[in-house]
Design a protein around this ligand. Structure first.
Ligand code: SF4
Length: 578
């Protein structure tokens, strides 16, 4: 991982490939790499869909090695949805393949002069780029079938569906999983629209003869990997709950806590939660012959994913994540798991973010376009997005645009990005993260649910403002560091609770690179990443005024707790004072 691959899509005479040593970006990985390149090289005031924006794909520092659960991919750019810097994180096989090709980053630059659609193929050090108009508006699943027929089945694909080609704000970049399905997505912030603007339909990474990256100190690395794995397996969240029920184990937990945003963030308990809970969906999957425990990439030892099949055992979608089940389920008052799995597939196939789409449909329901609970109506709306009808283009541009188009006041977004599956009034720590994260509303940026609800890493009362600033700050710092390693964020449950597991993670990094990092160095990396991101946002025109929740979260009381978001503005402004 000592080189950077740059592809200028706007070069005279067609796309131009160059490679350079990692140089000034040495020592960076994942989010640290994407955010640093974007912050240094992209003019903050550029148009996100213009030639000046860059799209950066970066594996984490440990990706491609034998370190367990280290195959997460960071995708960075200026976001067309938020206007801020963006890192969207994805599972799937791409980070491992990019790292084993020796790239610390792949950077797409410029913009084609002609209306072309390209496939970039990377094999044994050779990069070929071919225009292929036959791929136009192909959804992701058909596209990957076609790419397999052309390039063989030893490949990993990163691709966009029709939404990316239409440059919609909710567009994702799909990444193929271990079964070569385009089921994992760099979902948030419209990164797929930036890939569409670059005229790139897919990046195909050949995996023939790729070698595992080797550590500097194999014995210490092996020992740390063993200890780290044992720590993940022994923690009740990473060793039991997530493997058994997936992230959707949270449906019952959030409803019991009264923090499950039901009916477009109107109430904290969904009466039909039992019909769509993780326990119910795992049971359906097992009985029908799907999979309730499965990894999204090679080397994952938590395996929070699964495979959802229909009554005849036919594949419908990967196991829908908690956020997807909430977005299309409780948020829209839809309680049929088969419909939710179908919506998940449609989102993946068209290439749109399930969180943004579910929140958008909730706003559309509030506008009266369809009724709450109208499952077939929701399917119809997502199909409108895929077909690119005028209504579909509005919906595919996200919740904020949809709210404006239809005159809706209650639109749950921060910096233009839809809130995920936790109401900030009932879980005030996550409200601080939504408000202040450089990425817009994003639960993964500082997952306060861990400490507010799951009592991991201590306990901070979710209904009170006290302690939330410090909680969100520390989690945002830790997350920025974890996102740079290539590790899945879910390791945080074990790392926060078990000092020896945290130490094993540091030992992994030290043994791999021959370093002697301490916990303070890890925290310093997280702070450095956040500082770079906030600096970009400041230069893009963002101020403290945008680090706020929509006003109705401060005035509209949330049931059953009868609370509003109560963290003061001046305290929100202290989050990044360290
Ligand atoms: S824990 Fe889940 S999200 Fe994380 S790497 Fe494993 S399967 Fe993917």
């Amino acid at each position: 991982m000592d080189k950077i691959l740059r592809i200028d899509m706007g070069a005279a005479g067609g796309p131009k490939v160059s490679e350079e040593p990692v140089g000034a970006y040495a020592g960076l990985g994942g989010r640290a790499m994407t955010s640093t390149i974007v912050s240094k090289e992209v003019p903050p005031l550029c148009h996100a869909l213009g030639a000046e924006n860059k799209l950066v794909f970066a594996p984490g520092l440990l990706s491609g090695s034998a370190a367990v659960i280290s195959g997460r991919l960071s995708v960075g750019c200026k976001s067309p949805l938020t206007g801020t810097i963006k890192e969207a994180n994805s599972g799937g096989q791409a980070a491992i393949a990019i790292a084993r090709h020796g790239y610390a980053a792949i950077v797409l630059e410029g913009k084609p002069v002609k209306d072309e659609l390209y496939v970039i193929h990377i094999k044994k050090g050779e990069v070929t780029i071919k225009p292929d108009k036959s791929l136009k508006l192909l959804p992701n699943y058909d596209l990957v079938d076609k790419l397999k027929a052309t390039y063989g089945d030893k490949i990993v694909c990163m691709s966009i569906g029709p939404a990316g080609e239409m440059k919609l704000g909710a567009a994702t970049i799909a990444v193929t999983d271990m079964e070569m399905r385009p089921s994992r997505h760099a979902g948030r912030g419209g990164v797929g629209a930036v890939m569409g603007a670059k005229g790139v339909k897919a990046i195909v990474l050949d995996t023939t003869d790729l070698k595992m990256r080797q550590p500097k100190d194999p014995d210490k690395f092996r020992a740390a990997n063993k200890k780290f794995t044992e720590g993940l397996k022994s923690h009740p969240v990473t060793g039991q709950a997530l493997p058994a029920f997936g992230t959707n184990v949270l449906t019952n937990i959030l409803c019991e806590a009264g923090g499950y945003p039901t009916r477009n963030f109107s109430h904290g308990v969904y009466a039909d939660a039992a019909k769509i809970s993780g326990e119910t969906i795992a049971d359906i999957e097992t009985k029908r012959g799907g999979l309730a425990t499965h990894g999204c990439h090679t080397g994952c030892v938590i395996q929070c994913s699964g495979t959802y099949v229909d009554k005849n055992g036919k594949f419908v979608s990967k196991q829908p994540e908690y956020e997807t089940v909430w977005a299309h389920g409780g948020n829209c008052c839809i309680s049929d798991p088969d419909v939710i799995a179908q919506l998940d597939f449609l989102d993946d196939n068209y290439g749109v973010d399930t969180i943004e789409m579910g929140a958008t449909i909730g706003v559309a329901m509030e506008a009266g376009i369809i009724e709450f609970g109208d499952a077939q109506g929701a399917i119809r709306l997502v199909n409108e997005v895929g077909k690119g009808t005028p209504l579909g283009r509005i919906l595919g541009s996200g919740a904020e645009v949809t709210g404006r188009a239809f005159g809706v006041e209650r639109v749950p977004v921060v910096k233009g990005q839809a809130m995920p599956a936790y109401d900030p009034r009932a879980v005030q720590g996550i409200g601080v993260t939504y408000a202040t994260s450089p990425m817009g509303a994003d639960h993964t940026a500082g997952y306060a649910i861990a400490t507010n609800i799951l009592k991991v890493g201590g306990f901070v009362d979710p209904l009170k403002p006290e302690g939330q600033i410090e909680l969100s700050r520390n989690l945002q710092i830790a997350t920025a560091a974890v996102d740079s390693t290539g590790m899945c964020l879910f390791i945080a449950f074990a790392v926060l609770d078990q000092p020896e597991t945290f130490q094993a993670l540091i030992d992994l990094l030290n043994a791999f690179y021959g370093l002697s990092l301490t916990a303070d160095d890890v925290a310093a990396l997280g702070k450095q990443v956040l500082s770079v991101e906030r600096d970009f946002n400041a230069r893009a025109g963002f101020t403290a005024k945008q680090d706020r929740l929509p006003r109705y979260f401060l005035t509209e009381k949330f049931m059953p707790h009868n609370v509003v978001f109560d963290v003061k503005d001046e305290d929100l402004d202290r989050v990044f004072n360290w």
